[in-house]
Design a protein. Structure first.
Length: 104
């Protein structure tokens, strides 16, 4: 089992909280952190856009990333939500074991 951090951007804190509740309740993520407002600049449909979003970080297992991503896409308001998974290469072994125990 490899632990993963999954970075997601959301339209609002309410959307981030709703997504977090769904994926943690369904045990697709052990934990969710809502980091609050961020300023994003990005290309969308040929235009440079700028706006405020909310960052959401989820902790999960590598074998759950595909299911987690699919669930986020079902509940997210964007047609192409940012969902980026990064491996946790080191950390507190007890915490990493907790992530494994709290996800199924």
């Amino acid at each position: 089992m490899s632990a993963m951090l999954v970075y997601v951007t959301c339209r609002s804190e309410e959307e981030a909280r709703a997504i977090a509740r769904v994926v943690v309740a369904e045990r697709l993520a052990a934990c969710a952190n809502i980091l609050g407002a961020i300023r994003s600049l990005y290309w969308w449909e040929g235009s440079l856009e700028e706006g405020e979003e909310v960052a959401l970080i989820l902790k999960t297992r590598d074998d759950l990333v595909a299911r987690l991503t699919a669930r986020i896409k079902e509940t997210h308001g964007y047609s192409v939500p940012c969902v980026a998974a990064l491996p946790i290469v080191a950390g507190n072994p007890d915490y990493l074991a907790w992530i494994a125990a709290e996800t199924r």
